[in-house]
Design a protein around this ligand. Structure first.
Ligand code: B1M
Length: 215
């Protein structure tokens, strides 16, 4: 079995230490970090996601798999960021209130750092105030929100409404994403951009900041 397949297998079993070691081994073998991410870590997580949906595995198994995923990502992070560009601006990124899913958000943070943004990660279960106060404090260009639950998607709207009520809506580029989010929803709540994956989020953020600064 290839090391990349082993990463996927061990991730599904929630064996975080093995995943961490195998990701290091794969990097030492010169395997492209994106292949390790997509064909190893994310492939394993997708299988777990399908099994979760089909009631073949339950929250504890998913939780250990997610820990293994985050452990693998921590080894991969410096390599994903290495390709970096010139600094362009700042982003505040978090998972919205009520939502504890952080893997996609962590990927967005990494990819944005790799695209040359200074990123402030406000974590999970983040209130509207946490997004806005941090953005004001650091002078951010972008507010990026992630949601994985249909029940927490409306909390993205809360952040936008709060920005409007404080007269700050136009000050920020508001970006949204996460598995249940789509372009229609983004339009409906008045976000500036929706992207389907972390790499596109980073690309779009960089482009939008540069456009705003040159306008
Ligand atoms: Co949860 N969970 N979970 N879970 N979980 C889902 C989301 C679910 C779809 C599973 C299912 O099939 N039933 C389902 C949601 C159903 C729905 O709302 N329609 C679900 C549920 C129901 C729940 C609980 C309610 C279960 C329970 O307790 N009974 C509970 C809720 C807890 C809470 O948040 N309050 C729960 C708990 C958990 C765990 C804690 C066990 C764990 C999370 C651990 C962690 O994150 N540290 C977990 C996990 C891991 C999942 C699945 C299996 C995987 C999610 C993931 O990390 N995917 C998920 C099933 C699935 O998605 N197939 C599921 C990998 C990640 C890279 O993808 O986050 O989508 P994703 O990010 C993508 C894009 O969406 C995008 O970029 C990434 C790719 O590059 N993206 C952005 C994300 N954010 C972005 C922001 C952007 C742009 C792009 O701009 C700012």
């Amino acid at each position: 079995m290839s090391v990349v397949n082993e990463i996927s297998e061990y991730l599904q079993k929630g064996r975080a230490k093995n995943v961490k070691a195998l990701v290091s081994q794969a990097l030492d073998e010169g395997i492209d970090p994106k292949v390790i991410l997509n064909d190893g870590l994310l492939a394993g997580m997708m299988i777990i996601g399908t099994k979760f949906r089909n009631n073949e595995v339950f929250v504890p198994e998913v939780l250990v798999a997610a820990r293994a995923m985050n452990m693998g990502l921590s080894v991969l992070e410096p390599k994903l960021i290495e390709v970096g560009n010139e600094p362009v601006g700042k982003a505040v990124v978090g998972t919205v209130k009520g939502d504890l899913h952080d893997i996609g958000k962590n990927l967005v943070v990494m990819m944005m750092k790799g695209a040359g943004l200074e990123v402030y990660d406000i974590g999970v279960d983040a209130e509207a105030d946490a997004f806005i106060n941090k953005a004001e404090e650091v002078g951010a260009d972008v507010i990026g929100m992630s949601a994985l639950l249909t029940t927490t998607m409306p909390n993205m709207q809360t952040v936008i409404d709060e920005l409007k009520s404080r007269g700050l809506r136009d000050k920020y580029i508001v970006m949204v994403g996460g598995a249940p989010v789509n372009q229609n929803f983004a339009d409906q709540i008045g976000a500036d951009y929706y992207t389907a994956d972390a790499a596109s989020a980073a690309e779009v953020a960089r482009k939008a900041i540069l456009e705003k600064k040159s306008a």
